[in-house]
Design a protein around this ligand. Structure first.
Ligand SMILES: CC(C)(COP(=O)(O)OP(=O)(O)OC[C@H]1O[C@@H](n2cnc3c(N)ncnc32)[C@H](O)[C@@H]1OP(=O)(O)O)[C@@H](O)C(=O)NCCC(=O)NCCS
Length: 156
């Protein structure tokens, strides 16, 4: 398995994978071209260089936002999503981020379990957050939870 960073000229590759994983909610190729201007997009490839998953993250101040993550159906529950997520946490660390944030549909139980298993906690619940009316959970991973707790307590 290897991680390959996508260049803006290669938007078609992640777009194809997005369609295979997210089907109706895949982004257009134009959206991916725009995304690649600001985000870091990484492909997970098998030994034959076949794409099996992807991750898109962007930085905002000291926060890293997970914009999208997905693994092809036949490759799920093998720890590969976690590998990709840990790679993302490493990117955030190198960017000196303090937190990693994301939103996930409340009804996407698999993804919520996946994030909770990997150290994320719930930060908030956003009602009717998505265009289709679904609620979202806001989840956060904190690099130095003790430091954040002290910071919170000193501001009480
Ligand atoms: C979410 C996703 C990336 C997880 O990838 P994955 O490779 O299957 O994840 P892992 O194998 O690393 O799973 C790690 C843990 O997460 C939890 N988990 C993952 N999938 C789960 C599921 N379908 N149901 C319940 N728990 C699940 C489990 O605790 C699992 O550990 P276990 O297999 O030892 O029980 C994958 O399901 C996916 O691509 N889903 C569709 C796209 C999506 O919803 N993306 C997130 C949008 S915010």
């Amino acid at each position: 398995m290897q991680f390959v960073k996508i260049e803006p000229s290669n938007s078609g590759e992640v777009h194809q994978l997005d369609i295979m994983i997210f089907i109706d909610s895949a982004w257009s190729e134009k959206s991916w071209q725009d995304e690649l201007e600001n985000a870091v997009v990484v492909l997970l490839q098998d030994e034959q260089n076949q794409n099996i998953g992807f991750l898109a993250v962007s930085q905002s101040g000291s926060d890293l936002e997970i914009r999208k993550i997905g693994i092809l159906t036949e490759w799920r529950r093998k720890g590969l999503g976690s590998n990709l997520l840990h790679h993302c946490l490493e990117i955030g660390k190198q960017m000196m981020c303090e937190r990693v944030l994301l939103d996930v549909a409340v009804k996407n139980k698999a993804a919520i379990d996946f994030y909770l298993k990997n150290g994320f906690i719930e930060l908030g619940h956003r009602r009717r957050y998505y265009r289709n009316g679904d609620d979202a959970l806001l989840l956060v991973f904190t690099y130095h939870p003790q430091h954040s707790l002290r910071h919170l307590q000193s501001n009480l």
